[in-house]
Design a protein around this ligand. Structure first.
Ligand code: ADP
Ligand code: MG
Length: 238
């Protein structure tokens, strides 16, 4: 689905991404680990066409995304990709429900009824249908992140990009979010998740390790029960 070819990025003299190549296939669930400042977020933003690399290509379903015009790219992003960040980045003056349907209204691909129906279905799937009319200041961090996932899913994207989506949550709320992600992935959506938490990463099918802007390691996880032990062992070898 996505081919990342030799991407590099620098800020002044600092090389933040150094010739990274990787592929994401349909249905993949990839976790990105690595020390703080190693380039994980920059990699995620480069792949998801939010921040262009200095060199290299990102080919999404055959389309060289950085060759698209700005308006083509924003349309492409809106229809194909969903984003969730550490802080939900919801708008304060809209209800939870209106925040969720907003990208659907902007995309103008479907009727408002279809978008509203999908929002209701997503909220019920995430167990947050009861907070639909609330202001974002009236809900918990875990509920807010689940709402952010609903918003990211509203245009039925092919891939969800997430940068430490559970980083600000307590472990129970984080586990709930991870269970939801696992379910969404089983239903077919691809996921790329940055996390520093090996337990979160153990829910993925593949983990990559970024160190000093380079791809320093990769492990495929097959047995869910042993995944965490496998990751812990693997991290010691990097
Ligand atoms: P990670 O997500 O792994 O913590 P980042 O990708 O956020 O790392 O950052 C990698 C490096 O790039 C860090 O040293 C960071 O300070 C630097 N960096 C990131 N964004 C910018 C920017 N906009 N301007 C200058 N330096 C940046
Ligand atoms: Mg980061």
């Amino acid at each position: 689905m996505i081919k990342v070819k030799n991407i590099s990025k620098s800020y002044k003299d600092a090389i933040v991404l150094n010739n990274v190549s990787l592929e994401i296939n349909k249905g993949d669930f990839t976790a990105v680990m690595g020390p703080s400042g190693s380039g994980k977020s920059t990699l995620l933003y480069s792949i998801s066409s939010m921040d262009n690399p200095d060199e290299g290509e990102v080919i999404f379903e055959g389309i060289d995304v950085y060759k698209l015009s700005e308006s083509e790219l924003s349309k492409f992003r809106l229809n194909k990709m969903g984003f969730v960040f550490q802080n939900s980045q919801m708008l304060k003056n809209l209800s939870i429900f209106d925040n969720i349907i907003l990208p659907g209204m902007v995309a103008k691909r479907e009727s408002i009824e279809v978008v509203r129906a999908r929002a209701t279905e997503l909220m019920s799937k995430m167990g947050i249908e009861d907070i639909k009319d609330r202001d974002i200041r009236e809900v918990s961090g875990g509920q807010l992140q689940r709402a952010a996932i609903c918003r990211a899913m509203i245009n039925s994207p092919e891939i969800l990009f997430m940068d430490e989506p559970t980083g600000a949550l307590n472990s129970e709320a984080a586990s709930q979010v991870m269970e939801i992600l696992k379910k969404l992935n089983q239903e077919g959506i691809s996921i790329m998740l940055v996390t520093h938490d090996a337990k979160m990463a153990s829910m993925a099918k593949k983990v990559i390790y970024i160190k000093d802007g380079k791809l320093a390691g990769e492990i495929k996880l097959s047995n869910e029960k042993e995944a965490l032990a496998e990751i812990d062992l693997w991290l010691k070898t990097i």
